[in-house]
Write a protein that binds this ligand. Structure first.
Ligand SMILES: NC(=O)c1ccc[n+]([C@@H]2O[C@H](COP(=O)([O-])OP(=O)(O)OC[C@H]3O[C@@H](n4cnc5c(N)ncnc54)[C@H](OP(=O)(O)O)[C@@H]3O)[C@@H](O)[C@H]2O)c1
Length: 299
Protein backbone atom coordinates (compact mmCIF):
# COMPACT_ATOMS: atom_id res chain seq x y z
CA UNK A 1 0.00 0.00 0.00
CA UNK A 2 1.25 3.48 -0.81
CA UNK A 3 2.39 5.45 2.24
CA UNK A 4 -0.30 8.13 1.71
CA UNK A 5 -3.03 5.51 1.76
CA UNK A 6 -1.50 3.75 4.72
CA UNK A 7 -1.51 6.97 6.75
CA UNK A 8 -5.08 7.74 5.71
CA UNK A 9 -6.23 4.33 6.83
CA UNK A 10 -4.23 4.55 10.06
CA UNK A 11 -5.34 8.03 11.02
CA UNK A 12 -8.80 8.46 9.62
CA UNK A 13 -10.49 5.25 8.63
CA UNK A 14 -9.25 2.74 11.16
CA UNK A 15 -12.41 1.98 13.08
CA UNK A 16 -10.78 1.10 16.41
CA UNK A 17 -9.93 4.78 16.80
CA UNK A 18 -13.50 5.24 17.94
CA UNK A 19 -13.45 2.33 20.35
CA UNK A 20 -13.15 2.94 24.09
CA UNK A 21 -10.16 0.60 24.25
CA UNK A 22 -8.09 2.86 21.96
CA UNK A 23 -5.40 4.94 23.65
CA UNK A 24 -2.98 7.21 21.81
CA UNK A 25 0.53 5.87 21.68
CA UNK A 26 2.66 7.98 23.98
CA UNK A 27 6.30 8.79 23.40
CA UNK A 28 8.66 6.71 25.52
CA UNK A 29 11.04 9.19 27.19
CA UNK A 30 13.43 6.56 28.52
CA UNK A 31 16.94 7.99 28.17
CA UNK A 32 15.77 11.23 26.57
CA UNK A 33 17.86 14.07 28.00
CA UNK A 34 15.68 16.74 29.61
CA UNK A 35 17.20 20.04 30.68
CA UNK A 36 15.05 21.96 33.15
CA UNK A 37 15.93 25.50 34.20
CA UNK A 38 14.64 26.66 37.58
CA UNK A 39 14.58 23.12 38.99
CA UNK A 40 15.24 24.23 42.57
CA UNK A 41 11.63 25.10 43.28
CA UNK A 42 8.00 25.08 42.15
CA UNK A 43 7.11 24.07 38.60
CA UNK A 44 10.69 23.18 37.62
CA UNK A 45 11.15 20.89 40.60
CA UNK A 46 7.81 19.18 39.89
CA UNK A 47 8.86 18.72 36.24
CA UNK A 48 12.11 17.09 37.41
CA UNK A 49 10.18 14.50 39.44
CA UNK A 50 7.68 13.74 36.68
CA UNK A 51 10.26 13.44 33.89
CA UNK A 52 12.46 11.26 36.13
CA UNK A 53 9.48 9.02 36.74
CA UNK A 54 9.12 8.62 32.96
CA UNK A 55 12.69 7.32 32.73
CA UNK A 56 14.22 10.47 31.23
CA UNK A 57 17.74 11.61 32.05
CA UNK A 58 17.79 15.00 33.75
CA UNK A 59 19.96 18.08 33.71
CA UNK A 60 18.61 20.24 36.51
CA UNK A 61 19.64 23.90 36.59
CA UNK A 62 19.22 26.69 39.14
CA UNK A 63 21.34 28.97 41.33
CA UNK A 64 20.74 27.32 44.72
CA UNK A 65 23.16 24.42 44.60
CA UNK A 66 22.20 22.93 47.98
CA UNK A 67 18.66 22.41 46.71
CA UNK A 68 19.92 20.72 43.54
CA UNK A 69 22.12 18.39 45.59
CA UNK A 70 19.12 17.40 47.71
CA UNK A 71 16.79 17.03 44.73
CA UNK A 72 19.27 14.77 42.95
CA UNK A 73 19.66 12.51 45.96
CA UNK A 74 15.88 12.48 46.70
CA UNK A 75 14.99 11.54 43.10
CA UNK A 76 17.68 8.85 42.93
CA UNK A 77 16.64 7.36 46.29
CA UNK A 78 12.90 7.50 45.65
CA UNK A 79 12.88 6.34 42.02
CA UNK A 80 15.95 4.11 42.05
CA UNK A 81 17.75 6.25 39.48
CA UNK A 82 21.49 6.55 38.95
CA UNK A 83 23.24 9.85 39.78
CA UNK A 84 25.01 9.81 36.43
CA UNK A 85 21.59 10.13 34.73
CA UNK A 86 20.16 12.75 37.12
CA UNK A 87 22.70 15.54 37.07
CA UNK A 88 22.63 19.19 38.05
CA UNK A 89 24.44 22.44 37.36
CA UNK A 90 24.39 25.48 39.61
CA UNK A 91 24.14 28.11 36.91
CA UNK A 92 22.65 31.59 36.86
CA UNK A 93 20.93 31.51 33.47
CA UNK A 94 20.88 35.31 33.25
CA UNK A 95 24.67 35.17 32.73
CA UNK A 96 24.18 34.85 29.00
CA UNK A 97 27.91 34.95 28.22
CA UNK A 98 28.44 31.78 30.27
CA UNK A 99 25.72 29.68 28.63
CA UNK A 100 27.73 28.41 25.65
CA UNK A 101 30.47 27.03 27.89
CA UNK A 102 27.87 25.70 30.34
CA UNK A 103 26.27 23.75 27.47
CA UNK A 104 29.63 22.21 26.52
CA UNK A 105 29.96 20.72 30.03
CA UNK A 106 26.78 18.64 29.84
CA UNK A 107 27.36 14.87 30.08
CA UNK A 108 24.57 13.99 27.61
CA UNK A 109 22.47 15.62 24.89
CA UNK A 110 19.54 17.89 25.66
CA UNK A 111 16.58 16.45 23.73
CA UNK A 112 13.90 18.34 25.65
CA UNK A 113 14.56 21.86 26.86
CA UNK A 114 12.17 23.12 29.53
CA UNK A 115 12.76 26.87 29.80
CA UNK A 116 11.09 27.37 33.15
CA UNK A 117 13.37 29.66 35.21
CA UNK A 118 11.61 32.93 35.72
CA UNK A 119 10.39 35.52 38.14
CA UNK A 120 8.19 38.54 38.68
CA UNK A 121 9.50 41.45 40.68
CA UNK A 122 7.19 44.09 42.14
CA UNK A 123 3.76 45.43 41.25
CA UNK A 124 4.54 49.13 40.89
CA UNK A 125 2.88 51.20 38.16
CA UNK A 126 4.83 52.24 35.10
CA UNK A 127 5.81 55.69 36.43
CA UNK A 128 7.59 54.17 39.40
CA UNK A 129 8.78 50.73 38.30
CA UNK A 130 12.35 49.80 39.05
CA UNK A 131 14.24 49.62 35.76
CA UNK A 132 16.69 47.32 37.49
CA UNK A 133 13.85 44.88 38.29
CA UNK A 134 12.57 45.03 34.72
CA UNK A 135 16.07 44.32 33.43
CA UNK A 136 16.33 41.25 35.71
CA UNK A 137 12.96 39.92 34.51
CA UNK A 138 13.89 40.40 30.86
CA UNK A 139 17.29 38.78 31.38
CA UNK A 140 15.94 35.67 33.12
CA UNK A 141 12.48 35.28 31.56
CA UNK A 142 13.40 36.24 28.00
CA UNK A 143 17.11 36.49 27.20
CA UNK A 144 18.16 33.25 28.89
CA UNK A 145 15.25 31.40 27.26
CA UNK A 146 16.23 32.69 23.82
CA UNK A 147 19.94 31.98 24.34
CA UNK A 148 19.39 28.42 25.60
CA UNK A 149 16.96 27.72 22.78
CA UNK A 150 19.50 29.01 20.26
CA UNK A 151 22.20 26.80 21.77
CA UNK A 152 20.24 23.54 21.99
CA UNK A 153 18.01 23.60 18.89
CA UNK A 154 21.06 23.31 16.63
CA UNK A 155 21.92 19.88 18.10
CA UNK A 156 18.27 18.80 18.19
CA UNK A 157 17.98 19.54 14.48
CA UNK A 158 21.16 17.58 13.69
CA UNK A 159 20.07 14.59 15.80
CA UNK A 160 16.55 14.61 14.36
CA UNK A 161 14.66 14.86 17.62
CA UNK A 162 13.84 17.56 20.11
CA UNK A 163 11.24 19.56 22.00
CA UNK A 164 11.38 23.06 23.43
CA UNK A 165 8.84 23.78 26.15
CA UNK A 166 8.68 27.39 27.26
CA UNK A 167 6.88 28.27 30.47
CA UNK A 168 5.03 31.47 29.77
CA UNK A 169 2.05 32.70 31.79
CA UNK A 170 -1.47 34.05 31.68
CA UNK A 171 0.52 37.30 32.00
CA UNK A 172 1.73 36.63 28.45
CA UNK A 173 -1.86 36.52 27.22
CA UNK A 174 -3.45 39.34 29.22
CA UNK A 175 -1.88 42.46 30.72
CA UNK A 176 -2.88 43.80 34.11
CA UNK A 177 -2.20 46.88 36.25
CA UNK A 178 1.06 46.63 38.14
CA UNK A 179 2.41 43.97 35.80
CA UNK A 180 4.07 45.91 33.03
CA UNK A 181 7.61 44.55 33.43
CA UNK A 182 6.45 40.95 33.94
CA UNK A 183 3.76 41.26 31.23
CA UNK A 184 6.36 42.57 28.80
CA UNK A 185 8.63 39.60 29.50
CA UNK A 186 5.92 36.96 29.12
CA UNK A 187 4.42 38.53 25.98
CA UNK A 188 7.96 38.33 24.60
CA UNK A 189 8.10 34.61 25.47
CA UNK A 190 4.84 34.03 23.59
CA UNK A 191 5.99 36.02 20.55
CA UNK A 192 9.37 34.31 20.44
CA UNK A 193 7.88 30.83 20.83
CA UNK A 194 5.23 31.29 18.13
CA UNK A 195 7.85 32.57 15.72
CA UNK A 196 10.42 29.82 16.40
CA UNK A 197 7.71 27.20 15.87
CA UNK A 198 7.46 28.50 12.31
CA UNK A 199 11.25 28.41 11.89
CA UNK A 200 11.30 24.75 12.96
CA UNK A 201 8.13 23.60 11.22
CA UNK A 202 10.13 21.59 8.67
CA UNK A 203 11.91 19.59 11.39
CA UNK A 204 10.87 16.95 13.95
CA UNK A 205 11.43 19.52 16.73
CA UNK A 206 8.24 20.38 18.59
CA UNK A 207 7.62 23.73 20.26
CA UNK A 208 5.21 24.26 23.14
CA UNK A 209 4.18 27.14 25.36
CA UNK A 210 2.64 26.36 28.72
CA UNK A 211 0.81 29.39 30.11
CA UNK A 212 -0.40 28.89 33.68
CA UNK A 213 -2.59 31.11 35.81
CA UNK A 214 -2.07 31.20 39.56
CA UNK A 215 0.20 28.47 40.87
CA UNK A 216 1.12 28.27 44.55
CA UNK A 217 4.93 28.20 44.50
CA UNK A 218 7.64 30.53 45.78
CA UNK A 219 6.77 32.85 42.88
CA UNK A 220 4.73 35.36 44.93
CA UNK A 221 7.23 35.32 47.81
CA UNK A 222 9.92 36.31 45.29
CA UNK A 223 7.62 38.96 43.78
CA UNK A 224 7.01 40.53 47.20
CA UNK A 225 10.70 40.35 48.19
CA UNK A 226 10.31 37.58 50.75
CA UNK A 227 7.12 38.93 52.39
CA UNK A 228 5.42 35.55 52.91
CA UNK A 229 2.33 37.15 54.52
CA UNK A 230 1.71 39.29 51.44
CA UNK A 231 2.42 36.35 49.14
CA UNK A 232 -0.11 34.15 50.97
CA UNK A 233 -2.92 36.68 50.38
CA UNK A 234 -2.66 35.91 46.63
CA UNK A 235 -3.95 32.39 47.35
CA UNK A 236 -6.42 33.39 50.04
CA UNK A 237 -9.75 31.54 49.88
CA UNK A 238 -9.16 30.19 46.38
CA UNK A 239 -7.77 26.81 45.37
CA UNK A 240 -4.79 27.63 43.15
CA UNK A 241 -2.95 25.28 40.83
CA UNK A 242 0.01 23.47 42.35
CA UNK A 243 3.35 22.98 40.64
CA UNK A 244 2.58 19.32 39.87
CA UNK A 245 -0.53 20.36 37.88
CA UNK A 246 1.65 22.40 35.52
CA UNK A 247 4.34 19.71 35.37
CA UNK A 248 1.58 17.32 34.34
CA UNK A 249 0.79 19.63 31.38
CA UNK A 250 4.46 19.81 30.46
CA UNK A 251 4.87 16.03 30.54
CA UNK A 252 1.60 15.62 28.62
CA UNK A 253 2.99 17.75 25.80
CA UNK A 254 6.32 15.88 25.84
CA UNK A 255 4.78 12.42 25.75
CA UNK A 256 2.42 12.91 22.79
CA UNK A 257 3.31 10.87 19.71
CA UNK A 258 6.08 12.43 17.62
CA UNK A 259 3.66 13.79 14.99
CA UNK A 260 1.60 15.70 17.58
CA UNK A 261 2.78 19.18 18.51
CA UNK A 262 0.94 20.66 21.48
CA UNK A 263 1.44 24.32 20.58
CA UNK A 264 -0.04 25.94 23.66
CA UNK A 265 -1.44 24.90 26.99
CA UNK A 266 -3.35 27.67 28.79
CA UNK A 267 -4.25 26.45 32.27
CA UNK A 268 -6.07 28.37 35.01
CA UNK A 269 -7.31 27.58 38.49
CA UNK A 270 -11.00 26.68 38.26
CA UNK A 271 -12.11 29.85 40.05
CA UNK A 272 -9.91 32.08 37.93
CA UNK A 273 -11.41 33.60 34.77
CA UNK A 274 -8.47 35.74 33.71
CA UNK A 275 -5.09 37.01 34.88
CA UNK A 276 -6.24 39.19 37.77
CA UNK A 277 -9.72 40.69 37.49
CA UNK A 278 -11.90 37.59 37.63
CA UNK A 279 -10.54 35.70 40.60
CA UNK A 280 -13.44 34.29 42.64
CA UNK A 281 -12.44 33.61 46.23
CA UNK A 282 -15.15 31.01 46.84
CA UNK A 283 -13.13 28.60 48.96
CA UNK A 284 -12.46 24.92 48.87
CA UNK A 285 -15.77 23.75 47.42
CA UNK A 286 -14.90 25.69 44.24
CA UNK A 287 -18.23 27.55 44.37
CA UNK A 288 -20.48 24.46 44.38
CA UNK A 289 -23.83 25.04 46.10
CA UNK A 290 -24.19 24.22 49.80
CA UNK A 291 -24.21 20.43 50.33
CA UNK A 292 -23.00 19.69 46.82
CA UNK A 293 -19.26 20.03 47.47
CA UNK A 294 -18.58 16.29 47.34
CA UNK A 295 -19.89 16.18 43.74
CA UNK A 296 -17.04 18.47 42.66
CA UNK A 297 -14.51 15.65 43.00
CA UNK A 298 -16.70 13.30 40.98
CA UNK A 299 -18.33 11.46 43.89
N1 LIG B 1 3.56 30.62 40.16
C1 LIG B 1 2.77 31.20 39.28
O1 LIG B 1 1.66 31.67 39.64
C2 LIG B 1 3.16 31.24 37.83
C3 LIG B 1 2.16 31.54 36.90
C4 LIG B 1 2.48 31.60 35.55
C5 LIG B 1 3.77 31.37 35.15
N2 LIG B 1 4.74 31.11 36.07
C6 LIG B 1 6.10 30.90 35.56
O2 LIG B 1 6.53 29.61 35.93
C7 LIG B 1 7.96 29.58 36.00
C8 LIG B 1 8.39 28.92 37.29
O3 LIG B 1 7.94 29.69 38.38
P1 LIG B 1 7.48 29.06 39.77
O4 LIG B 1 6.07 29.46 39.95
O5 LIG B 1 7.83 27.65 39.84
O6 LIG B 1 8.34 29.98 40.76
P2 LIG B 1 9.47 29.62 41.82
O7 LIG B 1 9.02 28.57 42.76
O8 LIG B 1 9.89 30.94 42.39
O9 LIG B 1 10.64 29.02 40.93
C9 LIG B 1 11.41 29.83 40.08
C10 LIG B 1 12.63 29.06 39.62
O10 LIG B 1 13.39 29.89 38.72
C11 LIG B 1 14.76 29.82 39.09
N3 LIG B 1 15.49 31.02 38.71
C12 LIG B 1 15.16 32.31 38.94
N4 LIG B 1 16.13 33.12 38.51
C13 LIG B 1 17.11 32.32 38.00
C14 LIG B 1 18.38 32.56 37.42
N5 LIG B 1 18.87 33.79 37.26
N6 LIG B 1 19.12 31.49 37.02
C15 LIG B 1 18.67 30.22 37.18
N7 LIG B 1 17.47 29.94 37.73
C16 LIG B 1 16.71 30.98 38.14
C17 LIG B 1 14.74 29.64 40.60
O11 LIG B 1 15.95 28.99 41.02
P3 LIG B 1 17.12 29.68 41.87
O12 LIG B 1 16.50 30.78 42.69
O13 LIG B 1 17.68 28.57 42.68
O14 LIG B 1 18.07 30.18 40.84
C18 LIG B 1 13.56 28.69 40.79
O15 LIG B 1 13.98 27.35 40.65
C19 LIG B 1 8.42 31.02 35.82
O16 LIG B 1 8.84 31.22 34.50
C20 LIG B 1 7.16 31.82 36.11
O17 LIG B 1 7.17 33.07 35.46
C21 LIG B 1 4.46 31.02 37.39
Amino acid sequence: MKIENFLRVQRIERPDYNMPSWKPETLDLTNWGVLITGATSGIGEACAWQFAEKGARLIMVGRREERLVKLQSDICAELGRDKKDIVFFAQDVSKIDELESFAKKLPFDCDILVNNAGLALGTDPVDSISIDDVRKMIEVNVMSLIALTRIFTEGMKARGRGHVINISSVAGIQSYEGGCGYNASKFAVKGFTDSMRMDLAGTPIRVTTVSPGMVNTEFSTVRFEGDKGKADTVYNNIVPLVAADVADNVVYAATRPAHVQVADVYVLATNQGDAKYTVKRVGENLGAPEGMASRVQGA
